[in-house]
Design a protein around this ligand. Structure first.
Ligand code: URA
Length: 231
């Protein structure tokens, strides 16, 4: 792979930035700083460093964002979640959609195949939400969710499991991603969602130490957990 491409893909900066680093002799390959941007390196063998610190190549990047309300889950446009991500990795995008007013766990990645698996309607990946509602949630509402509730437009949801935290707060796990699904499920019971936060996707838990708008790279265990069981 070309050195400048490698450095940009590893997050050292844009192609333009990394060429400047190379010219400034801040990059070394196997200890040598006499380099050209278009030279080829073996990303699995050669030892690349920036200011003496190893540059690790990752094919894909994975970040957990605690999405704040007020941002849209899109790559382009204004007020998108991507405005919160200050990384140079190429082609990052939000994996899935949360409504503008929904908060919580959003995976930001450039791993298209993994995103496809996590979002595929046939894979039924768990998504767990903290839901606060206007009116009391009854045991009968939760039973209807468990049986597969019919929402507006005549669509029937897959069984969803929920439990109460207090009379107007529940933890709900759904296994599909219909448009505004949680809100429409509660509407079908005559209730209204007033606060919605995603707290888990598959086995990835929202790191509650992240304030809304903050993000961090996934740990190796978290990344492996998301990839586990892929067919
Ligand atoms: N269900 C909703 O209604 N909104 C979301 O953002 C996510 C799930």
């Amino acid at each position: 792979m070309r050195l400048d491409k490698f450095l940009a893909a590893a997050g050292a900066g844009s192609r333009k930035d990394v060429r400047k680093l190379i010219r400034a002799h801040r990059i070394t390959v196997n200890g040598s700083a006499d380099l050209k941007a278009d030279m080829h390196i073996d990303e699995n063998k050669d030892k690349v460093a920036l200011d003496g610190e190893p540059v690790i190549y990752r094919e894909y990047s994975y970040y957990m964002l605690n999405k704040p309300a007020g941002y849209i889950s899109a790559s382009n446009g204004t007020h998108t979640v991507m405005e919160l991500i200050r990384e140079n990795d190429r082609d990052l995008f939000p994996c899935g959609r949360l409504d503008r007013d929904t908060e919580g766990l959003l995976l930001i990645t450039n791993d298209g195949p993994l995103a496809h698996d996590l979002l595929s309607p046939v894979k039924h990946v768990d998504k767990e939400y903290l839901v606060k509602t206007e009116k009391i949630i009854t045991e009968d509402d939760l039973k209807r969710f468990e049986e597969g509730i019919e929402i507006d437009g005549g669509e029937t949801c897959l069984p969803a499991s929920g439990y109460l935290k207090d009379p107007k707060t529940c933890i709900l796990t759904i296994r599909e991603g219909k448009y505004h699904q949680v809100k429409r499920m509660f509407e079908a019971t005559g209730n209204r969602v007033v606060f919605l936060k995603r707290i888990r996707m598959k086995n990835l838990l929202l790191d509650e130490s992240l304030q809304p708008g903050e993000y961090r790279r996934l740990s190796e265990e978290e990344e492996a957990g998301l990839k586990a069981g892929r067919t």
